[in-house]
Each structure stands twice: as structure tokens, then as C-alpha cells.
Design a protein around this ligand. Structure first.
Ligand SMILES: Cc1cc2nc3c(=O)[nH]c(=O)nc-3n(C[C@H](O)[C@H](O)[C@H](O)COP(=O)(O)OP(=O)(O)OC[C@H]3O[C@@H](n4cnc5c(N)ncnc54)[C@H](O)[C@@H]3O)c2cc1C
Length: 576
């Protein structure tokens, strides 16, 4: 019997489980696929305040900035600064007073308001720039600016943030289970929700697990899962598409204007660049997100207009996620509030059930704290203080001495640097593992500098069960080669660690390539097509995967009419 079962292994579910376990509650966290396989792995990966919410949702900006500061303190290794430029073009729109209005707007909003919140997240103050100053900072900008404003944001690896929260929850006594789907609820005679019915996706066995309270942190799946308990949780799902480019195109994040006047961004992220994002109402199944060539063209148009050199880059893939936005009627998607709602469903005849929807990745920790407070109230427990802002996430306690580690374990410094970014202080244990078991020194992914020991660590200590999980934990196959180089090697490490039969090993490889393929379909053409042919040649021919159902035949080039295609179901957010 648990005190609380948390359903959903996104950033909110893992954050809630960590908080509940740290307060001493017997906690079970269940996730139907893998941690961060939903919205939490398909966002822009920004731990930001959301400048634009200042216009209509100042409390969201304030909360996100506040929590960003805490997240920086508990997981400093996972965050990286992204300075942004908001360029002003002469034709945006043709208005002689625009510069004056822009500067006033910039001063008032960016400098005046956002700067007030920047200290909460250790952000630097904004600066109004002339066009010449902007070009000096970012030579790749289109040459038709009349000025720009800088502002400061933070990026994060959201996959690792979720994994770190899940591991921390376990270290504090929680049981964590991925690949376990809630298919129903235990109900007592008086209607109280007293647990869940859980299906293990490996064995397909179902079991009843009892708890005093159940928390739904199911993101875009909230409506569907709540319905299993006869409860309505209403959201307004909003699909967002991103593109990942094969290189860093700019030094700064750049706000780009779309053809319909929306602001999107191009930003450097790890070894790549990300262009995002669309925001459209979505009525379909969050397990099957279509991406059309139109959506790709829309983002591409805006990015190349602001930063023409984007046209020289190769789009590696497109990926999509669904925002679990709180329901409102009669508003455009961009204007929807990013507020969150925590509901105790005792009021709906389901005592013992609490749900969370809305909010931001950047404010997950505070929202998790509020949820656990709500659970305490629902259970009639006296308040136990939250400590998630005080205790570092695993690896966040100190930054290891990378050069010393590289020397001691005779590993390339860049490799150790990347391990330290992903794992913080735990990098030491991973290097030590590579030393103890020399076969794990093998470089697996050259784009992202992943060695065998990092994969083994994720399998042994981070619930990595599938090749796709290793991809999320370690950025495997997320770089320019998209798995051409590393997928088969990584499958071999998984097979050895998990004792997989050869057919299972090939299945893992096939599933990874199939997901890669879905993410690539909407962007294929030119060099991307050549890369795809190479990858398929290697895996179908040399890897003998032709016996397994792999991808469909390669469609026409990007310029042709596009069928809707399924996106990478769980593709990466900022980490793409
Ligand atoms: C395109 C896009 C860009 C965004 N950009 C940003 C950004 O830059 N910064 C920011 O702060 N926020 C951003 N967000 C918002 C942020 O990603 C979300 O608010 C956050 O990830 C929601 O997390 P969650 O844990 O509630 O949901 P999810 O991450 O979706 O987690 C829900 C989990 O529940 C699981 N689940 C569903 N049904 C069941 C079941 N029956 N049994 C067990 N498990 C189940 C799912 O598999 C899933 O993993 C963005 C969102 C999108 C879509």
C-alpha cells in the first residue's frame, strides 16, 4: 500500500514523485513509456520566464523565473545560457514611428519588466542595440535591421532533468516503473479512488496497486486518463513542431517573425540549432503526432528570412509535442494562458484523486510542490516542508574537474566534458566504470561523444531499458549522423548489458531507426536524402535488418506534395 501513486513520468510526474518521496511518503511513479517520452521531451527546452507572457500572464513569467533560479541551483550542470536577440526590421510593418515605438516597447517590456525578473534566474539585463551593434554580435542576421534588443535565457536538457528527478525519487525511497500503463482505477464503495490498475508493458500482466491518493500528471493524456476514473479534466492541446539543423548557425538565439506575424526562434542548442515552434490546436491522438511539409516550410521561411545562412544547413529532422494547456474558449493559441491548475477531484465525486495540467517546464518544481501540498491536504496529513529546492538533483552537487578526470582515466577531454554536462558529479563514477570495464571505453556516438560506459550507466542506474531510452538519456543518435554511425554499436551495448537475444537486439535497432525515419520524412530532400540512403544502406545491408519491418519506402523530395506523417512520437525538445 502506497501513500501516493503518481501517474505520468514527464517533468511534473517525476518532480511530484521526488517531492513526495523526499517528504517521506511511500510513493510509486508509473509511466506508460519512458520518462520524458511525452511533452517533457518535446519542448523547446527553455528554462525561461517567457517574455511574451508578460503581456497577458505576468504571474506565469514570475513563477517561471523564480523556479528557473531554483532549477539552476539544483541542477547547474544541465543548464546553459542562451542570449537572445530580438531583431527589428524596417518592414515590420512599414511604419516610420516604429523604431520609436519599438524602443519604447523594448524599454518598457524587455528592459523594464523582464529585467525586473532576471535576477531571479541569474539572467543578464537586456540591451537596446543599433543595427551595427547587432551585426557585430550576430553577423548571420539579415542585413535589413534598424535595431535589436538582447535578452537572456537558459536552455536545459529536459530528458536528463526528468531522469534526474526519477532517480532522485528512487534514492528517497520511491518505487519507479516505466513501461507500466494505468488502465483503470481502484474505487472504494464510497467513490474514493484507492489506487490504480497497472499493465506491465513487457509482460502485459495487470495488477491492482492500492494507495491513499493518486496524482494524475499525464500532460496531453490527462483527459483520457481522468476519464478512466469518470472525471473530466479539460485541456486545450496545442501542437508544437520544431526543426533540428545539423549545425550551430548562430551564436545567439534569434527571434524570427513568421509570415502570419508570430514570433518563433532559431537558437543554438548543443551541437545543433533548433527552429521552433508552431502552436496549433490539436484534436488528434497525442501518441501519433502528424507533421506536414507545410509546417516545416512555415518554420523554414521565417528562419531563413531572419538568418539567411540557415539555408546552408541541413534539417536533420522535425519533431512535435503537445502542450497540455488549460482549456479556454475563444482565444488564439498564442494568447492562451500558461497558468497551471491543480484540482482535488473530491469535488467531482472522486476523493483521493488530484490532477495537474498546464504550466511550464520552467516551473515544474514549484508546481510539484503545490501538488504534494494538495495531496497532504486531501489526506489530512500535517504539512511536511518541501526540500526539492534545497537538495541538488543527482550529479548537481558539484562540477567535476574535467581535465583531471580525463588525465586520470585516459579519456578524451571533450568526451569527459560531455559526460560531465549530462551527469554532473556522477561523471566521475562513469569514467571509473570505463576504467574498470575497458570494453565500455569504446566510443559509441561520435557526434555527441558518448562512450559505452555512459550507456551502461543508464541501463544499470537510470531505468534505461530500450535503445530509445538510451537515446533520451545520452543524446545518442541525436547529432548530425542521426544514428548512422552509432545505432548498431549502441544496440550491441544494450544487448550485452540486458542480455538480449539477437532478435531482440535487432528489434531495438529497428525501432530506433523507425522513429528516426518518422522524424525525417517531412524534411527529406537534397543532402538529407543522401544521408538517409546511406543510413538505410548500412542498416538494411550490413546490419541485416531487412528481415524486420523497417521504414516505408522513401517518399518524394521535400518540394513534392506531402502526406501527413507521424512525427517522432517522443522526440526531443530542446535537446534536439
Ligand atoms: C512544442 C512545445 C514547446 C514547449 N516549450 C517549452 C519551453 O521552452 N519551456 C517551458 O518551460 N515549457 C515548454 N513547454 C511546456 C512543457 O513542455 C510542458 O508544460 C511540460 O513538459 C508538461 O509536463 P507533464 O509532465 O505535465 O506532461 P508530459 O511530459 O506529457 O508527461 C505525461 C506523461 O504521462 C504518461 N502517460 C500518459 N498516459 C498514461 C497512462 N495511462 N499510464 C501511465 N503513464 C501515462 C505519458 O507517457 C507522458 O510521459 C513546451 C511544450 C511544447 C509541446
Amino acid at each position: 500500500m502506497y501513500d501516493v501513486i503518481v501517474v505520468g513520468g514527464g517533468v511534473n510526474g517525476t518532480g511530484i514523485a521526488r517531492d513526495a518521496a523526499m517528504r517521506g511518503y511511500r510513493t510509486l511513479l508509473v509511466e506508460k513509456r519512458d520518462f520524458a517520452a511525452g511533452s517533457s521531451g518535446a519542448n523547446s527546452g527553455m528554462i525561461h520566464g517567457g517574455v511574451r507572457y508578460l503581456r497577458y500572464d505576468r504571474s506565469v513569467t514570475e513563477l517561471a523565473c523564480l523556479d528557473s533560479g531554483y532549477i539552476q541551483r539544483i541542477a547547474p550542470h544541465l543548464l546553459f545560457r542562451i542570449p537572445f536577440l530580438f531583431p527589428l526590421r524596417a518592414d515590420d510593418p512599414a511604419d516610420p514611428t516604429l523604431r520609436e515605438r519599438f524602443l519604447r516597447y523594448g524599454v518598457e517590456v524587455y528592459l523594464g519588466l523582464y529585467d525586473d525578473y532576471q535576477p531571479l534566474k541569474a539572467g543578464k539585463p537586456s540591451v537596446v542595440l543599433t543595427a551595427e551593434e547587432a551585426y557585430e554580435l550576430e553577423p548571420s542576421l539579415a542585413r535589413d535591421l534598424i535595431g535589436a534588443v538582447s535578452f537572456d535565457e537558459w536552455g536545459i536538457d529536459p530528458f536528463r532533468l526528468c531522469a534526474a528527478n526519477a532517480v532522485s525519487a528512487r534514492q528517497h525511497g520511491a518505487t519507479i516503473r516505466n513501461y507500466a500503463t494505468v488502465t483503470g482505477f481502484v474505487r472504494h464503495a464510497d467513490g474514493t479512488v484507492g489506487g490504480v490498475v497497472l499493465r506491465d508493458e513487457a509482460t502485459l500482466a495487470e495488477e491492482r496497486i492500492e494507495a491513499r491518493a493518486v496524482v494524475l500528471a499525464c500532460g496531453p493524456w490527462s483527459t483520457k486518463v481522468a476519464a478512466l476514473a469518470g472525471v473530466e479534466v479539460k485541456i486545450r492541446p496545442g501542437k508544437g513542431v520544431h526543426l533540428t539543423l545539423d549545425r550551430r548557425v548562430s551564436n545567439y538565439g534569434v527571434i524570427c517573425k513568421t509570415v502570419d506575424g508570430r514570433d518563433i526562434f532559431l537558437m543554438p542548442h548543443e551541437q545543433t540549432s533548433i527552429v521552433g515552434t508552431t502552436d496549433d490546436d490539436f484534436y488528434g491522438d497525442p501518441d501519433d503526432l502528424p507533421i506536414t511539409e507545410d509546417e516545416v516550410a512555415y518554420l523554414w521561411q521565417a528562419a531563413t528570412r531572419s538568418v539567411p545562412s540557415v539555408a546552408h544547413a541541413r534539417i536533420l529532422r522535425a519533431w512535435a509535442g503537445v502542450r497540455p494547456t488549460v482549456f479556454e474558449y475563444g482565444k488564439l493559441e498564442d494568447a492562451l494562458s500558461r497558468e497551471h491548475v491543480i484540482r482535488d477531484h473530491a469535488a467531482d465525486g472522486a476523493p483521493g484523486l488530484v490532477s495537474l495540467v498546464g504550466g511550464k517546464l520552467a516551473s515544474y518544481r514549484i508546481m510539484s510542490e503545490e501538488v504534494v501540498d494538495a495531496v497532504e491536504r486531501a489526506l489530512g496529513e500535517s504539512h511536511r516542508p518541501c526540500r526539492t529546492h534545497l537538495e541538488p538533483l543527482p550529479g548537481g552537487d558539484r562540477h567535476p574537474d574535467v581535465a583531471a578526470l580525463a588525465r586520470r582515466y585516459r579519456l578524451p577531454q571533450l568526451t569527459v566534458e560531455r559526460i560531465a554536462y549530462r551527469h554532473g558529479a556522477i561523471a566521475e563514477a562513469i569514467c571509473e566504470l570505463a576504467d574498470r570495464e575497458p570494453h565500455l571505453r569504446t566510443p559509441i556516438c561520435r557526434c555527441e561523444q558518448v562512450i559505452g560506459a555512459e550507456l551502461a550507466w543508464s541501463i544499470r542506474h537510470e531505468e534505461g531499458r530500450r535503445l530509445l531510452d538510451l537515446r533520451r538519456r545520452n543524446r545518442l543518435a541525436m547529432g548530425p549522423c542521426q544514428g548512422t554511425d552509432c545505432a548498431a554499436l549502441a544496440a550491441a551495448v544494450l544487448a550485452r548489458e540486458a542480455n538480449l537475444a539477437p532478435a531482440q537486439q535487432r528489434r531495438e535497432l529497428s525501432d530506433l531507426l523507425q522513429l528516426r525515419w518518422k522524424g525525417k520524412r517531412a524534411v527529406l530532400g537534397g543532402y538529407a536524402m543522401a544521408q538517409e540512403e546511406l543510413s538505410r544502406g548500412i542498416h538494411l545491408g550490413a546490419g541485416a535488418l531487412h528481415g524486420l519491418p523497417l521504414a516505408e519506402r522513401i517518399p518524394r523530395a521535400r518540394s513534392g506534395a506531402a502526406p501527413a506523417v507521424a512525427a517522432d512520437e517522443d522526440d526531443e525538445g530542446a535537446v534536439a
